[in-house]
Design a protein around this ligand. Structure first.
Ligand SMILES: NC(=O)C1=CN([C@@H]2O[C@H](COP(=O)(O)OP(=O)(O)OC[C@H]3O[C@@H](n4cnc5c(N)ncnc54)[C@H](O)[C@@H]3O)[C@@H](O)[C@H]2O)C=CC1
Ligand SMILES: O=C(O)[C@@H](O)CS(=O)(=O)O
Ligand SMILES: [Zn+2]
Length: 437
């Protein structure tokens, strides 16, 4: 297999995890000890926020009136795309029941979580789209109470358009909190009295680490950390468009990887020539983030065959994966590890990030090997049930008692003994050899 690195990253997606772990451990410990008081202290120290934590309905409505019409229309359009995709996901999964033996019926019942916490990041950028990605999806799943949190934006309250997007998507409770303190407040039900059953949403390394550490106490969607992009390109691809798309995601932050996997050396060279100029042309926040991201995390890999490209791409398991190549159907079938796939140059990650419909809260740091991104399924519990007749019980009880006794579990076996003795008095059954005292 011929795989050549034209550019190799000096850092890996794991590089920054260690420092975040230390900070988050200390913060969660403090919040567990001192509760709301500690949360307020962190909000002040980290985000310069000492205003109210809960946003009242009147405040939401007052601020919504200030949102310009075009912004309202755009948010309504995009939120509706996301909601309709989520509704279709909800339709795709069903309750069912099946008769496994005559008289034994078992089933699945999809039950939504009662309380979901949705985190909407707004540290570097105002992630308006993350608000409807999480809240609208939770609502489409049937979650009763959605608590949404977002960072006080640049020392003020929640960014006005983020707040509006939360409202349009159907948030029930909103808190002005960011980072670890927001995740902990949702997990413990601070300020609301409603501890979240599941916490979803993207965030920086501190947010992602807090979710990971609280997992178990609460459910989480996925490890949705710093954004990643990969592009697979063959010789038919437009090199400048590939470069624009790589830079398009590198602006997320200094730790956002952008990877190019290509079968064309000429294309690789052209993309590498174009990227620095595209970055230099960005406004300062984006320029600084993208320059560091490309320098430390950018990679360009050239392979001989498309099978090798699939192998490399599946190993990276990128959060977003674009394919600019011939025979798109082949790629859709062959690729297995990615958060969301963008087939053909007509679509691009930014379209999925903001507007087209499939969710943008997606797995990072290799989590796409075992998990998809946010969907209605994450909020739904496929609970199982069973019910049986006395005749079915006769078959099941005997096998159960025998297996239980083989395992040494006498009390389990006797739950079968008792039933058969009650339902079929005077009959002899093979219930296995009782476990010695
Ligand atoms: N994987 C996904 O699906 C998506 C990922 N993202 C990622 O979300 C991230 C958003 O990050 P940000 O803009 O930073 O917003 P953020 O809201 O996640 O983080 C801001 C918070 O970080 C906390 N913080 C900052 N420095 C800290 C420190 N030294 N110690 C403790 N806490 C600290 C502050 O409390 C602040 O409220 C980006 O990395 C972006 O790439 C965004 C959208 C989707
Ligand atoms: O990682 C992601 O999903 C982001 O690219 C989404 S957004 O650009 O922040 O909307
Ligand atoms: Zn993006």
């Amino acid at each position: 297999m011929a795989i050549e690195y034209l550019k190799r990253a000096s850092k890996t997606p794991e590089t920054e995890t260690g420092t975040a772990r230390e900070v988050v451990t200390a913060m969660l410990g403090e919040i567990e000890r001192r509760g709301e008081e500690a949360v307020r202290d962190y909000a002040l120290k980290l985000d310069k926020w000492d205003g109210p934590i809960l946003v009242t309905r009147e405040e939401m409505e007052r601020r919504a009136r200030e949102v310009p019409d075009q912004v309202r229309r755009d948010i309504a359009f995009a939120a509706d795309q996301v909601r309709r995709f989520a509704d279709a996901q909800r339709e795709s999964v069903k309750d069912f029941s099946v008769e496994l033996l005559p008289g034994l019926t078992a089933g699945q019942k999809l039950v939504p979580c009662n309380v979901a916490g949705c985190y909407v990041p707004t540290g570097r950028y105002a992630h308006i789209a993350s608000a409807y990605m999480s809240v609208a999806t939770a609502k489409a799943a049937g979650v009763g109470t959605v608590v949404a949190c977002s960072t006080p934006y640049r020392g003020g309250g929640i960014h006005p358009y983020v707040l509006y997007a939360m409202m349009v998507a159907g948030a029930d409770v909103v808190m002005t909190l960011g980072g670890v303190q927001a995740i902990a407040a949702m997990a413990y039900g601070l300020f609301t009295g409603k501890p979240a059953d599941i916490i979803v949403g993207p965030g920086n390394k501190f947010v992602a680490e807090a979710k990971r550490m609280l997992f178990g106490k609460v459910g989480i969607d996925v490890f949705a950390g710093p954004s990643e992009v990969a592009v697979i390109a063959d010789e038919t691809a437009d090199p400048l468009m590939v470069a624009v798309d790589l830079v398009g995601q590198a602006e997320h932050g200094h730790e956002s990887p952008a990877w190019l996997f290509t079968s064309s050396r000429a294309l690789a060279d052209e993309v590498m020539r174009a990227v620095p100029g595209l970055i230099a042309d960005l406004p300062p926040t984006a320029r600084d983030a993208a320059a560091a991201a490309w320098r430390d995390y950018g990679e360009v890999i050239v392979c001989d065959t498309r099978e090798e490209l699939v192998e490399v791409s599946d190993r990276y398991a990128s959060e977003h994966l674009e394919v600019h190549a011939a025979d798109l159907g082949w790629w859709r079938e062959a690729l297995t590890n990615y958060g969301s796939l963008f087939l053909g140059e007509e679509t691009t990650v930014a379209f999925g990030d903001k507007t087209s419909g499939p969710n943008h809260i997606l797995p990072t740091k290799f989590a796409a090997r075992y998990s998809a991104g946010l969907s209605v399924h994450k909020f739904l519990k496929p609970l199982t049930w069973q019910q049986m007749s006395r005749d079915a019980c006769k078959t099941i009880a005997q096998v159960t008692a025998r297996i239980s006794r083989l395992e040494g579990m006498e009390a389990h076996a006797r739950t079968g003994d008792y039933r058969l003795a009650k339902y079929f008095p005077g009959h002899n059954f093979d219930m296995g050899v009782p476990v010695d005292a």
